[in-house]
Design a protein around this ligand. Structure first.
Ligand code: GDP
Ligand code: MG
Length: 301
């Protein structure tokens, strides 16, 4: 180990849809956290690892800090709070705007208690005029005393080198925690479930609100090592939703399945035989039991 090697944890926070998953994916250069146009796609803490000769950054993706409306909401807030306890530095992602709302003030309040250096990342600067950015920085500087402010475009990988420099500045010297080729410690099954969920949300467009979850019932590699058989269930809240998800003569489910299969094959680098089922479980979002059943960790509820 080099004497000046650095390693530590960076928690990513910010409103849903601000580009947290996109940022992580572009930093790591491989798709792990899922992205969607619908808010709150990220439900679990997803750890991604960035390794280079300077050191290793372990990113903790957090579900948005917001006021909890149901059990699942509470769960997500708790995960976010726990993530802070592990972190050396916080990345707070915001939209490029000088409008600061109640949500931002709520996050700023939370951050004051955690006493960590906070890097403000103004994302999506590709959507605004260059000369506007200084005004956004000023507006945010009035809200909180940031260690750094870095404008980026996660989608276009703009200014991410500067962001990495800033993060390393706030990490302690330390050993490499993970092997060089590690990109996440999330179990493969969970990643597969999230990929299916993402494809379902995208394919269904606006038709189903957030009430879907995905469980992996079986995932098994064939002895020849060339094909993985996966059985998965999409869980929704209403019979009417089940009908929509399945579609006319199964057309919608087929579409979801083939989109998901494509992505899973790319990740696993082998052929995938994916079977999808749809089940109705009413009010699953309000049930501790069902949240646990879907792989969310009970300890964090
Ligand atoms: P998350 O909910 O914070 O994880 O947000 P996502 O990463 O899922 O991104 C939400 C949406 O914003 C997606 O449609 C992304 O493609 C889009 N997005 C993310 N970063 C950028 C960016 O830098 N520029 C633009 N124009 N869009 C972005
Ligand atoms: Mg996300």
């Amino acid at each position: 180990m080099k004497a000046d090697y650095k390693s530590g944890f960076a928690a990513i926070i910010g409103r849903p849809n601000v580009g947290k998953s996109t940022l992580m994916n572009h930093l790591i250069g491989q798709k792990i956290a899922i992205t969607s146009r619908k808010p709150q796609t990220t439900r679990n803490k997803i750890q991604t690892v960035y390794t280079c000769e300077r050191g290793q950054i372990v990113f903790l993706d957090t579900p948005g800090i917001h006021k909890a409306k149901n059990k699942l909401g509470e769960y997500m807030v708790n995960v976010a709070k726990r993530t802070f306890q592990d972190a050396d530095v916080v990345l707070w992602l915001v939209e490029p705007t000088s409008y600061i709302g109640a949500g931002e003030r709520h996050i700023a309040e939370q951050l004051k208690n955690c006493k960590l250096p906070v890097i403000l990342v103004i994302n999506k600067v590709d959507t605004v005029k260059k000369e506007e950015v200084a005004g956004f920085i000023d507006a945010y500087r009035k809200l909180y005393s940031f260690a750094e402010v870095v404008p980026v475009s996660a989608l276009r990988s703009q200014n991410l080198d500067t962001l990495l420099d800033c993060i390393f500045q706030y990490l302690p010297y330390g050993p490499q925690f993970y092997e060089e080729d590690t990109v996440t410690d999330q179990p493969q099954r969970q990643i597969v479930a999230e990929m299916i969920r993402e494809k379902a949300l995208r394919t269904l467009e606006e038709e189903i609100p957030h009430g879907i979850a995905v469980t992996i019932d079986q995932m098994k590699e064939r002895p020849d090592g060339k094909i993985v058989d996966i059985d998965a269930t999409i869980i929704c809240e209403r019979d009417s939703h089940k009908g929509i998800i399945i579609g006319k003569q199964g057309a919608m489910l087929k579409k979801i399945g083939s989109a998901a299969r494509f992505e899973i094959e790319r990740m696993l680098e082998m052929k995938v035989n994916l079977k999808l089922w749809v089940k109705v479980k009413k009010d699953w979002r309000d049930s501790d039991y069902l949240i646990k059943n879907f792989g969310y960790d009970k300890k964090e509820i």
